[in-house]
Structures are given as C-alpha cells and as structure tokens.
Design a protein around this ligand. Structure first.
Ligand code: ATP
Ligand code: MG
Length: 234
C-alpha cells in the first residue's frame, strides 16, 4: 500500500480513502486499484487524470453515493459504510456537484435548490434566505423562478453549485464543475466557487480536466491506472 498523499500538518483530515478498490460489471472492469487519499480541513484539491481513470468513481465513493469493493472511506474520522447511513452524511456534511448536473429540468431553479433542504428538514424560511444569498452571490438572483430547461449551461452549472451548498456542507465534492463551459465562463464560475469555499471554510475536492483551474487549488493530485499519484509541486 502506498502512503496517503500528504497534506499540511496543521490541517485536520476531513476526508480519507484507504486502500480503496472498485470494479464494475462483476469485476470485469477494475477502476480503482487501492486508492489512498486524504484532504485536510479547508483545503482545495484538484483531482486530475485522463478520461475514464476513475475520478467520478472516487468522488462518488467519497460522498457515500456508492460503496467500495474493499478499503475504507471516512469523513470527519467516521467510517462510511452501509451501517453509518451515508444519506445522512450527504444531507448535512457533504455537498455534491454532479458532472451532468442532475437537475430536474421541469422544476424551477428555486424548487431544485430546495429539494436537499426538505430532505434535511431545514425550515423553509431558513432555506429561502440561504438560497437568496447564494443566488445573489452567483448572479442568479433574477432567475429563481425560471425552469431549469430555460437556463443556459453556465446558469445550470451555477444552480448545481447553489444546490450543493444549500445545507452549508463542510465538504464540497465537485465533478467537473465547469466541464461544459467556455474558458471565460468557466473561469468566472471557478472564481465564485473558490470565493464561497474560502469564505465558508469548506474543503473542496474537484475533478477537472482543466489544468489552469487545477493549478489554482492548494493541491493537485493525479490519478493514473486506478491509483493516486503524489501531488505535483505547485
Ligand atoms: N456504473 C458503471 N458501470 C460500469 N462501468 C462504469 C460505471 N461507472 C463508470 N464505469 C467505468 O469506469 C471507468 C471510470 O469511470 P469514471 O466515470 O470514474 O471516469 P472519469 O475519470 O470520471 O472520466 P471522465 O474524465 O470522462 O469524467 C470508465 O471506464 C467507465 O466506463
Ligand atoms: Mg468523470
């Protein structure tokens, strides 16, 4: 087993994967071959590597959306498995921006963003105030009652970001949060993302193909052949 990638000594570990293995189709496709990974509190980490190397798979496992075949995942030192109720984790501790957004096209921006707050039992006035704040910070204040299908790609991406942040998660897992956008829009959205995570002290792990954005994170880790390789010096 290779040692976990390093983080600044001062930052407590909030996310950990230890010797994590994952395959699909009854073992026909092995995607993760003993991944070791840690992220410290408040750290921003870019996860890079070629298409199909397992970035989304690893993010799903870290967020409790899927289970490893072998190995341990822990969030805030609590091991995540079917006995520790990963749904609870997702509602309160972890926000997830999906690679393909996973927004409901027939619902409005506001309705989409309120869904996780209903699941978490957040009072409606509190949820609406949080949404108002996030929507204004992301330039979506005038779009709250627009259906998702009428929003542009960039607006959808920002909506997905707002939805992931609604319950004030301590950890944000973002899968290509600027994937389908042009360079300029992508940079604007990434700036917003970094600004919000810095102000709220959120730990960010972001899968990205965009090296320029990745370089702006505290750490860049490379996935290759189903494993994590040591961070490159930035
Ligand atoms: N549910 C699944 N069933 C079968 N194979 C899958 C499943 N999910 C992912 N895979 C396969 O696992 C491998 C890793 O997929 P993953 O989505 O994690 O890659 P990725 O690094 O996120 O790629 P990209 O950069 O294109 O988003 C790919 O070969 C993919 O086809
Ligand atoms: Mg992916």
């Amino acid at each position: 087993m290779t040692p976990p990638t390093s983080i600044p000594a001062a930052a407590p570990v909030v996310l950990r994967a230890q010797d994590v293995w994952k395959s699909y189709d009854q073992g026909a496709i092995t995607v993760l071959n003993g991944v070791d990974f840690v992220a410290g509190k408040g750290e921003t980490v870019a996860l890079c590597g070629p298409s199909g190397c397992g970035k989304s798979t690893l993010l799903h496992l870290l967020g409790g959306l899927d289970e490893p075949d072998r190995g341990l995942i822990s969030v805030n030192s609590v091991e995540i498995n079917r006995h520790t109720n990963p749904l609870r984790l997702l509602r309160y501790e972890v926000g997830f921006v999906f690679q393909l957004h996973n927004l409901i096209p027939d619902l409005t921006l506001q309705e989409n963003c309120l869904i996780p707050t209903v699941a978490a039992g957040v009072p409606r006035p509190t949820a609406l105030a949080r949404l108002q704040d996030l929507a204004e910070r992301t330039g979506l204040g005038h779009r709250l009652h627009q259906r998702i299908q009428k929003l542009s790609g960039g607006e959808r991406q920002r909506t997905a970001l707002c939805r992931a942040l609604m319950n004030k998660p301590r950890i944000l897992l973002a899968d290509e949060p600027t994937g389908s956008l042009d360079e300029k829009t992508s940079s604007v959205i990434f700036n917003l993302l970094l600004d919000i995570v810095a102000k709220e002290g959120v730990t960010l792990v972001m899968a990205t193909h965009d090296r320029a954005l990745a370089q702006r994170c505290d750490r860049l880790v490379e996935m290759r052949d189903g494993r994590i390789h040591e961070p490159q010096p930035l």
